[in-house]
Design a protein around this ligand. Structure first.
Ligand code: THU
Ligand code: ZN
Length: 146
């Protein structure tokens, strides 16, 4: 984890996450979140949170960004920025960490906007020891060997 007190707006990925929360649909929480996910080839996909009257169906900004990317054929990512209108250093929730871990390596950078600086984590710091495709294929292999 590293703290950086430069102007977050100078980082194009953070700027994209800030732009993205302008489209958030948040009549319940009134907490707009934006996410910008950069692919290995430098393409950026953005998402915002989209809430629902039943609460449980609410989509998180990171989920929307990764869905856009995967739908477009991208499955390799190297950097994510998240921003909220509160400029409070929002980090991806536990569910989003797991969703990201399906496609992103533990060393992927996750940049969290604090308004007057950023904190950068690796995905592995945010979600150590994640369950993965490998966990399940290893378990299946052990079953076969029994
Ligand atoms: N939210 C996100 O979009 N991403 C996260 O990982 C944290 C939470 C949204 C969900 C809800 O619309 C609002 O923030 C308050 O939890
Ligand atoms: Zn989430």
């Amino acid at each position: 984890m590293t703290d950086d007190s430069g102007d977050p707006a100078d980082d194009p990925l953070v700027a994209a996450a800030r732009d993205a929360f302008a489209d958030a649909y948040v009549p319940y929480s009134e907490y707009p979140v934006g996410a910008a996910l950069r692919t290995a080839d430098g393409t950026v996909f953005v998402g915002c949170n989209i809430e629902n009257a039943n609460y449980s169906n609410s989509l998180h900004a990171e989920e929307v960004a990764i869905a856009e990317a995967v739908k477009g054929g991208h499955t390799e990512f190297d950097r994510l920025a998240v921003a909220s209108a509160a400029a409070d250093g929002v980090t991806p929730c536990g569910m989003c960490r797991q969703t990201l871990a399906e496609f992103c390596d533990a060393d992927m950078e996750v940049v969290c906007d604090e308004g007057d600086g950023v904190t950068t984590y690796t995905l592995g710091e945010l979600l150590p020891d994640t369950i993965s495709l490998e966990t399940l294929t290893d378990a299946a292999e052990r079953r076969r060997q029994r």
